[in-house]
Design a protein around this ligand. Sequence first.
Ligand SMILES: [Fe+2]
Length: 262
Amino acid sequence: MRTLRRSFRSSEPPACSRKRTTVRNIDFHSHILPGMDDGAENAEISAGQLTRLKKQGVDRVFLTSHFDFRRETPENFIKRRQSAYERLMEVYDADTMPEVFTGAEIYMARGIGELDYSGLELQYTDTYLIEFPREPFGTWMFDLIETLLFERKMRVMIAHVNRVTAAYKKDICGSLFDYSGLVFQLNCEAFHGLFVSDPLKGYNVSDLRFVIGTDTHDLEKRAPDYDVALKKLASGRLSYLRESIMHNNERFNKRIDKKLQG
Ligand SMILES: [Fe+2]
């Protein structure tokens, strides 16, 4: 049962055929805002995370605290996020830390197809980071993705897709990868291990759009590890992923720059 859904593959050229350029690195997924969720407990830890990310070669970071609409209204989340952001700014140092942008890691739950997403986007990108739920696969999840993509015309990024492929059967994940309109975020944890191995081995994904994120929560077990991913991605074996990640870093950087300049 390879295809649960019709194919949504586009005619975009394969990532490997795109022009190679030097781009600023973006961490698309982090829990750095102090006291927001199960991430940084205080602003000192936030500062440590940001300093470490900068040393690892990260230029821009999205602050994607957990958001679950069953527990909190978007308005309340945004209000809490604003005060956490202000606490972060008290220790922020532009010389030793990457640029920071707001965002949210939105938990996929029944009902989010109707949600008001204002302010929950990855700042300046009109893109929404959605996390698959921690429960067995249900077709409602694909229904929801189709609502967001095709009815609401939203730009959707799937959070830590390496965890989705670890949790669900291969035919389900193959169908997820058929939604070529999605951007897929890989956690840097997917590149841990002694050897270079392809976290998406066995999937036909060379023409899809990938980005990476550290999903950093602290300075210990879930500390920034962007450097690990960069090192592994330098391998020829992962060239298709590297090209896609570089291309999308550039694409998002341009979009952010345009909004910042406008
Ligand atoms: Fe996360």
